[in-house]
Ligand binder design. Structure first.
Ligand code: ATP
Length: 299
């Protein structure tokens, strides 16, 4: 009887795996469809090529007016700010001020109704969509780590990266220590089927993934999760290093990021109320002082 039960188990186990595989496949296909939906704005076929140039680009918002739909309230009511090429610019402001919307407009997931947005001095409406998105790297908040190896996680958007480029991205994001610690290095399974990475590690994996595509402008929505002191320091170093090579625009949730930023854009109620360094804004702007005291936990 035991032998029979074992036999049954062997028969059933692969079926279980097949079912699981089918579910994963469906999830993957659904995700791909969603990506296609996002990438294909009406009338445009989008391929995201690697950027033709690696030169950092600046950004300019001029009197930008935007609402998510005709019957929706204004999110941006004349937003204006300038980010020169290279360096670190932080976007801060209370919840709902329109910070994530800045990223959505830059990626052209939505079209602004009035005003001008330029990337690299060129109106974003004049950029071929694929080229624009190829020039941008986007690191979302609490970026997911996919089931698969660390190598697969890093290379899925940059299949042709060389070993040298991969090694460099790992060094720049301080992930080489992690690779050394993992039992099978880069070929260790991570995500929910493997070694679980901490919040700080996950965000650095997402930054490494974005860097492998050589972005000319990196949009980073900083993780809000608590980081231990070592991970906090590493993230700060990584952001500073990346900002030395390309333009970084970050929605900042950490004091260490705003104090290191070359400039901070303070958004509130659909507009930009102040721009300056942390020291300047602490001295000049009441809302920034309040944000600094609460959002960034400074007293
Ligand atoms: P938070 O810090 O909470 O993320 P935020 O400053 O990034 O806030 P946004 O996410 O840009 O603000 O949102 C600005 C306003 O636009 C909010 O009122 C929000 O509800 C609305 N909004 C954001 N995304 C969408 C969307 N896809 N469709 C409709 N309304 C949206």
């Amino acid at each position: 009887l035991i032998a029979f039960l074992l036999y049954l188990f062997y028969l059933v186990a692969p079926i279980g795996q097949l079912v699981e595989g089918a579910v994963q496949l469906q999830q993957g296909l659904a995700a791909m469809t969603r990506i296609r939906e996002i990438e294909n704005l009406p009338g445009e076929t989008v391929e995201v090529p690697p950027p033709a140039s690696a030169e950092p680009v600046g950004v300019r918002f001029e009197n930008v007016v935007f609402r998510y739909g005709d019957d929706r309230p204004l999110v941006h009511d004349g937003v204006g700010f300038e980010v020169p090429p290279g360096g670190l610019t932080a976007l801060v402001g209370p919840s709902g001020a329109g910070k994530s919307t800045v990223f959505a407009l830059l990626e052209r997931f939505y079209e602004h109704q009035e005003g001008t947005i330029t990337v690299g001095g060129r109106d974003i409406r004049d950029w071929p969509l694929g080229e624009l998105r190829g020039a941008l790297g986007y690191v979302e908040q609490d970026a997911p780590v996919l089931a698969g190896t660390l190598r697969e996680n890093l290379l899925f958007a940059a299949r042709h990266a060389t070993d040298e480029e991969l090694r460099r991205a790992l060094t720049r994001t301080r992930l080489d220590d992690l690779v050394a610690r993992l039992p099978e290095g880069l070929d260790t399974a991570v995500g929910h089927r493997g070694v679980l990475l901490s919040g700080g590690e996950r965000q650095r994996v997402a930054i490494a993934r974005a860097l492998l595509r050589k972005p000319r402008l990196l949009l980073l929505d900083e993780a809000t999760s608590q980081l231990d002191a070592v991970n906090e320091l590493r993230l700060r170093e990584v952001i500073a290093e990346v900002a030395a090579e390309t333009t970084v625009l970050v929605i900042a949730h950490r004091l260490s990021t705003v104090t290191n930023a070359d400039r901070i854009v303070v958004m509130d109620a659909g507009g930009v109320r102040a721009v300056g360094t942390h020291e300047e804004l602490i001295g000049q702007d009441e809302l920034y002082r309040e944000l600094a005291a609460t959002q960034f936990l400074v007293t």
